[in-house]
Design a protein around this ligand. Structure first.
Ligand code: SAH
Length: 345
C-alpha cells in the first residue's frame, strides 16, 4: 500500500522503514518520537515537534505532508452536547463529522469518503456522487481534531457512519482501524469501532476472512427487494437474501452480533406487515435492530414515521424475540446527520 508522502497514514513499522536512510542508527527512536507526536499528541505540524531540531523539521517538511482537518463550521446542540463539524481537507474538499456524548464516554462519527456513490434515495451525502476516498490519515484527523477542539477529551468510540461507504474504501478503512486501535496511538478497543455498510456483499466475505473484532452494522432499511430496490440501488446488485446470507456467515465465523439499521419512513417501510416480514427474515441471525426515524432531507419527500408507528414496529420485533432499540436522536436542533452541512455550505 502506498501513501507516498502522507506521513500520518503510515504505521510505526512503515515509518521506521521510511526514516532509516535519513536517521541511520537512531531511526527507530526518531520514528517513535514522530509517531507519538502525530498519534498521541495530536500535533498538526512538524514545527510543533519540539524535541526535533529545526534542521530536522525543515527536512521532514520537504519530504512529507501532514494531512489535517481545518474547522470550517461548527454547530453545537443546545439540547445535548452533540457537536457537528464541517471540516476542510488539505486539498480544499469538505467532509462532516459528529461528536456525541454518552454516559460511557465520547463517540465520534467519521466520514470515509468525500461524498458517496451509493445513491440511497433518502441520503444527503450521495446527491453529488463520490469525489474521492479519504486516506487513513484524513479519517484519523477527524478524531484527533475533535479531541483537540474539546480541551483534549479522550474519544473512546468511533463509528464509520458519516459520509461515504466504508467498504467502498476498503484498504484505507482497514488501515485506519489498525492505526486508531494501535497501542502506541489512541489505543481504542476494536470492539469500540463500528463499520456501517449499505451491503457490499463480496467485501463482507473479505471481512470474514480477516476475523475482525470490530462491530459491523448493516443499513438494511427494508424487509424485501421490492422496497429495498427503491431505497437503495445497491440492492439490485446484491439483494436482501444474498446480504442476509453473508450476515449469517459473518455472525457464525466471528460469533459477533450484527446490528441492523432500519430508517423508518412514513408509509414506505413502516407498516406492521413490514415489521412482521423483517422479523421472519432476521429470525435465525445473531443480531439486534436499531430503528431510526428518517431525518427529513430537503431534496426528497420522505416523511418521518409517527411515534405511534415507531413504537408499534418495535413491539412486533420485540415480540418476535429480536432485541430492538429506537435510536435516541442526538443533536436534533443541528441536523446532526451527515451530508447536509456540506451541501448548504
Ligand atoms: N454508507 C454506510 C455508512 C454511511 S450512512 C451505510 O450505508 O451504512 C450511515 C447511516 O445513516 C446509514 O444507516 C444510512 O442509511 C443512514 N442515513 C442516511 N441518510 C439518512 C437520513 N436522511 N435519515 C436517517 N438516516 C440516514
Amino acid at each position: 500500500m502506498q501513501y507516498l508522502n502522507d506521513i500520518k497514514s503510515l504505521n510505526l513499522e512503515e515509518l521506521k522503514v521510511e526514516l532509516k536512510a535519513e536517521f541511520k542508527d537512531i531511526f527507530a527512536f526518531r520514528a517513535e518520537q514522530i509517531y507519538s507526536w502525530l498519534h498521541e499528541q495530536n500535533v498538526e505540524s512538524f514545527d510543533e515537534m519540539t524535541n526535533l531540531s529545526k534542521e530536522l523539521r525543515e527536512n521532514l517538511k520537504l519530504k512529507y505532508e501532514i494531512r489535517n482537518c481545518e474547522i470550517e463550521q461548527k454547530l453545537e446542540s443546545q439540547l445535548d452536547e452533540t457537536k457537528k463539524y464541517l471540516f476542510k481537507l488539505n486539498d480544499g474538499e469538505f467532509i462532516e463529522s459528529v461528536l456525541m456524548k454518552y454516559k460511557y464516554g465520547y463517540t465520534v462519527c467519521i466520514s470515509t469518503q468525500v461524498g458517496c456513490s451509493m445513491k440511497c434515495t433518502f441520503c444527503a451525502s450521495t446527491i453529488d456522487g463520490c469525489k474521492r476516498n479519504l486516506t487513513p490519515s484524513e479519517m484519523l484527523s477527524q478524531v484527533y481534531k475533535i479531541e483537540k477542539d474539546n480541551e483534549n477529551i479522550k474519544v473512546s468510540r468511533v463509528v464509520l457512519m458519516g459520509m461515504g461507504e466504508p467498504l467502498d474504501n476498503f484498504d484505507n478503512v482497514l488501515k485506519f482501524i489498525e492505526l486508531i486501535t494501535d497501542k502506541k496511538g489512541k489505543n481504542l478497543s476494536n470492539r469500540n469501532v463500528t463499520i456501517s455498510t449499505c451491503g457490499i456483499v463480496p467485501k463482507i466475505y473479505e471481512l470474514i476472512k480477516l476475523n475482525p473484532q470490530f462491530t459491523l452494522s448493516i443499513s438494511l432499511h427494508a424487509p424485501n427487494d421490492e422496497i429495498r430496490n427503491k431505497l437503495m440501488p445497491v440492492n439490485k446488485k446484491w439483494n436482501v437474501d444474498e446480504l442476509l446470507k453473508a450476515c449469517k456467515e459473518y455472525t457464525k465465523a466471528t460469533n459477533k452480533r450484527i446490528s441492523f439499521e432500519y430508517v423508518l419512513i412514513d408509509t414506505v417501510n413502516d407498516d406492521p406487515e413490514h415489521a412482521k416480514e423483517l422479523a421472519r427474515k432476521l429470525k435465525n441471525i445473531l443480531c439486534y435492530v436499531n430503528l431510526i426515524p428518517v431525518n427529513e432531507v430537503t431534496e426528497n419527500n420522505y416523511i418521518r414515521s409517527t411515534d405511534q408507528k415507531i413504537q408499534n414496529f418495535k413491539k412486533i420485533l420485540d415480540d418476535a424475540g429480536i432485541t430492538t432499540t429506537v435510536r435516541r436522536t442526538l443533536g436534533k436542533d443541528i441536523e446532526a446527520s451527515c451530508g447536509q452541512l456540506r451541501r448548504t455550505r
